[in-house]
Design a protein around this ligand. Structure first.
Ligand code: PGA
Length: 278
């Protein structure tokens, strides 16, 4: 696991966006796994900026979203379908047929979930999975004690997640759907790279448990300790409870890769984004 601590969410999101952009330039038909919530908003904003200013081309990119609420139609103002279109897809040149988001209105949930898994496999698997983390440690909507082997399926949200997400429903918990379709932890772990973002002191406990605690189903994100290529982008506040925070900062700033060495020779600012150390 590579822990990348940056001073704030803007810097962390920009650094993470560079990794996504590098992948798309190298593999124009890359398969991205995408997340919703407040956390990835600045990442999407930066990718939109790169599209507008630098011509970052999404025309071949394929996407699979992690999750969707059950019972919300696509055009509901809090559906993740709408979130993704308003905050990302409507602002880049992605082909509509390349976008995949679980259907919260499906009549046959098990059949839909099995097909979602098959569609991911048919696309060649996910190259890079963007993840947030819930204050209870969930990834996607894989709530505590979700099986590490789980695949796309229906889940019931915890009371904590319902309370956390009530802010999007005028603060009214009764309006928050209690069920969702989510990619499983097994599905997420098959992505070739996992890129987790977490910002703010509210995530500090979950981040400390994820990175430095035992791998345990009670803290779903801790499974990323077993992922061969997991990068965790956090700000100083989310890093607040890490015992080895200074070590992670030291590692990140001390081991420039080839491109960093070249940049340093050119007297440019060191940027260790693509140094790989897990
Ligand atoms: P947030 O949610 O980005 O809105 O904090 C993260 C999550 O629940 O995964």
């Amino acid at each position: 696991m590579e822990v990348i601590i940056q001073k704030d969410a803007e810097t962390g999101s920009r650094t993470a966006a560079k990794i996504v952009a590098q992948l798309i330039k190298k593999k124009p038909d890359a398969v991205l796994g995408l997340a919703t919530g407040s956390t990835p908003l600045l990442l999407y904003k930066e990718l939109i900026r790169m599209h507008n200013k630098d011509g970052l081309d999404f025309s071949g990119v394929r996407t699979f979203n992690l999750d969707e609420y059950i019972g919300l139609p696509a055009d509901h103002e809090q559906s993740y379908y709408r979130f993704m279109h308003e905050n990302f897809f409507d602002h880049i040149n992605i082909a509509p047929e390349n976008i995949h988001i679980p259907d919260g209105m499906t009549k046959d949930i098990p059949a839909f979930c099995a097909k979602y898994e098959k569609t991911i496999i048919a696309a060649g698997g996910i190259d890079l999975q963007v993840l947030g983390i819930g204050s209870d440690g969930h990834i996607g909507f894989n709530e505590p004690v979700s099986s590490f082997a789980s695949r796309t399926r229906m889940k019931t949200l915890t009371q904590q997640t319902v309370a956390d997400n009530a802010r999007f429903f005028s603060g009214d918990e009764s309006q928050v759907p209690k069920h969702c379709i989510t990619m499983g932890i097994g599905t997420i772990m098959e992505a070739r790279m996992a890129l987790m973002l977490a910002f703010g002191a509210g995530k500090a406990d979950a981040i400390a448990a994820t990175i430095e605690g035992p791998v345990a189903a009670i803290m779903p994100a801790s499974i990323l300790q077993h992922h061969p290529v997991a990068k965790v982008f956090i700000d100083d506040a989310a890093a607040g409870k890490l015992k080895l925070a200074d070590y992670y900062r030291w590692v990140y700033s001390s081991k420039p890769n080839e491109s960093c060495r070249r940049k340093n020779q050119n007297k440019e600012t060191a940027d260790n984004t693509d140094r790989n150390e897990f």
